[in-house]
Design a protein around this ligand. Structure first.
Ligand code: ARG
Length: 566
């Protein structure tokens, strides 16, 4: 329909101004009562055409009125053109967009690789990992939903000096229990203790480094210890991922690249990109204008680093999957690393596809007591547990409003959902603020509000006996303002998904879902649904069903679950 309107508007413009092929953009009018579509093209071209915008707008409106399917077109303000479509046209478009709730047909072409999660094993997971997991999974889900071949790839830190520290700590204070029977908590406690004791006794750090060296050189006992620790962590990660609705396609830990680094070091030396630095280390230097400091790729003691492994991983990904894009959903603290990494690949003349550090901001707690707990990192699981406790309190508080069949399950769904939504609803490029009150609010831009609205829509459908689905009537004589608004909001869903995916900006989707909830609730509060006459009753039920499926599929793309009852 938009194409026909555009063509008609262009014809009118050409006739009135003799400007050919002007591009015409359509948006929503500022107020729902002002129509279904609006364009400000007359204002944009008035100067060039040397005419008053109103005059051009009038010519456009007159032409648009003649397009079949248009109910009315009017000039508003200084030169806007507002268009009302016939209800049958709106309803037909709506049925067509229902498909957006389902995954799009797969596209051909090279895969998109999304690097996310990257938990560190044997170290506590901090809140910034929560960001990577949730934002990353939302971006993966959107990409798959839009039909792109997508590989969600986790790169756990399962190699490095932390294993030396843990091995030393275990030997000192580990007691009798074999490492494979330890819980993650016990291992983490050892890690924390190591750091506390190392403050008094810096010797410990040297021992940890030496121990890790032996591990790298293949010491059988240390290797066995490492394997056990990785297995223990794996188990607890699985439980965490189930809670967060994280599902990863490929996992290759840092250890996977152990054998793959030497050839890269050789290539870099041969190409003159890796040069000798202090004490026999290897570094990459960048042109002055890049402003980048040198990138260390091998330490003076010969050991490799995070940087070396990331290079090896890029090589592996390029050779194995020939991706069309590499996205790294990693926090802003690693910006420099990714700049140096990309610049190094370019110096090595690797044929890089689109490369992006899909950055997210620092995580901050509004409630200061959460941000530092006696100098320890705030652990990811603590945040989730706290969210669930707080959600349970909110459910209790709204006792008369919320009827939960299983309050514990609802608290889990709401608490985890609130954290995920709280993160995803912010522009990821800025600092991400944890504000419990906002995240758990019942009538704000929050998961509980979305969950509540979904349950409300489902309950309407249940009462109508049409939980399985309601066909959209082909036409109704007239649409109320609320109906029109709701329809126009629903019509935007495909476009929102497309933008959120293309820009890797999940908050575009949460913003949209929030406004859909608001529209639906004001529709619900103003129009009778079950008591309405036909065909209004069917229309309103069909709209309710459509809203509930958009809310559900939107939420699931964001890793959030919605209840049918609440
Ligand atoms: N394990 C890393 C960390 O905790 C994150 C990994 C990010 N991905 C990457 N390819 N470097 O900081």
């Amino acid at each position: 329909m938009k194409d026909e309107l555009t063509a008609a508007a262009q014809r009118a413009i050409q006739k009135a101004t003799s400007l050919p092929g002007v591009s015409v953009a359509w948006g929503l009018p500022q107020q729902a009562a002002h129509g279904d579509l609006s364009t400000q093209v007359a204002l944009q071209i008035a100067k060039e055409a040397n005419m008053s915008p109103k005059e051009i707008a009038q010519a456009i409106a007159a032409q648009l009125c003649k397009v079949p399917g248009v109910e009315n077109a009017e000039v508003a303000g200084p030169g806007y053109v507002n268009v009302w479509l016939q209800s049958s046209v709106l309803l037909a478009e709506l049925s067509a967009t229902q498909n957006a709730c389902h995954p799009q047909e797969s596209r051909t072409g090279a895969p998109v690789i999304i690097d996310y999660c990257g938990p560190n094993i044997a170290k506590p997971l901090g809140v910034h990992h929560l960001g990577s997991h949730i934002i990353g999974q939302a971006i993966v889900n959107l990409s798959k939903h839009m039909g792109y071949q997508t590989l969600g790839w986790s790169y756990p830190g399962d190699w490095g000096t932390q294993f030396g520290k843990l091995a030393v700590a275990y030997e000192q204070w580990g007691g009798e229990k074999p490492p494979k029977d330890c819980t993650t908590e016990e291992l983490l406690a050892l890690y924390v203790r190591f750091h506390q004791e190392a403050e008094q006794d810096p010797e410990l750090e040297d021992r940890a480094r030496a121990t890790f060296r032996r591990m790298e050189e293949g010491d059988a006992d240390l290797r066995a210890f490492w394997k056990d620790v990785v297995a223990v962590s794996q188990r607890s990660l699985e439980a965490l991922y189930e809670r967060l609705h994280i599902s990863i396609d490929i996992v290759t830990g840092e250890s996977f690249y152990e054998e793959k680094m030497q050839p890269i070091l050789e290539e870099g030396i041969k190409k003159g990109v890796f040069r000798e630095g202090e004490g026999g280390s290897l570094i990459v230097e960048f042109p002055e204008e890049s402003g980048l400091p040198p990138f260390l790729v091998r330490k003076s003691d010969g050991s490799t680093l995070y940087s070396t492994r990331d290079l090896a991983m890029i090589r592996y990904r390029l050779d194995t999957y020939h991706p069309q894009a590499l996205y790294y959903v990693v926090d802003v603290a690693q910006s420099l690393h990714f700049k140096q990494l990309e610049a190094t690949c370019r110096q090595l003349q690797w044929d890089l596809p689109e490369f992006e550090h899909t950055v997210f901001g620092r995580m901050r707690f509004k409630d200061a007591s959460m941000s530092t707990r006696k100098g320890n990192v705030l652990r990811l699981e603590e945040v989730l547990d706290e969210a669930v406790v707080r959600a349970a309190a909110v459910i209790k508080e709204h006792g008369d409003q919320v009827q939960a069949e299983d309050p514990d399950a609802l608290a889990e769904m709401m608490g985890i959902g609130a954290v995920a939504y709280g993160i995803l609803s912010q522009n990821r490029k800025q600092d991400i603020v944890f504000d419990w009150a906002k995240m758990l609010s019942f009538d704000g831009n929050s998961a509980p509000y979305l969950q509540y609205t979904h349950a409300r829509a489902r309950s309407v459908l249940r009462k109508a006996g049409s939980a399985a689905g309601v066909p959209m009537p082909a036409d109704v004589a007239e649409l109320s303002v609320h109906e029109r608004t709701l329809i126009n909001t629903l019509l935007q869903f495909p476009r929102v998904l497309q933008d959120a995916c293309a820009q890797r900006m999940p908050h575009l989707l949460t913003n949209y879902l929030f406004s859909l909830c608001q529209e639906y609730n004001s529709f619900y509060n103003t129009e009778s649904i079950l008591q309405a006459e036909e065909p209004q009753r069917s229309l309103r039920l069909a709209l309710t069903a459509h809203v509930s499926s958009v809310l559900k599929s939107g939420a699931e793309l964001l890793t959030i679950r919605v209840p049918d009852f609440m």
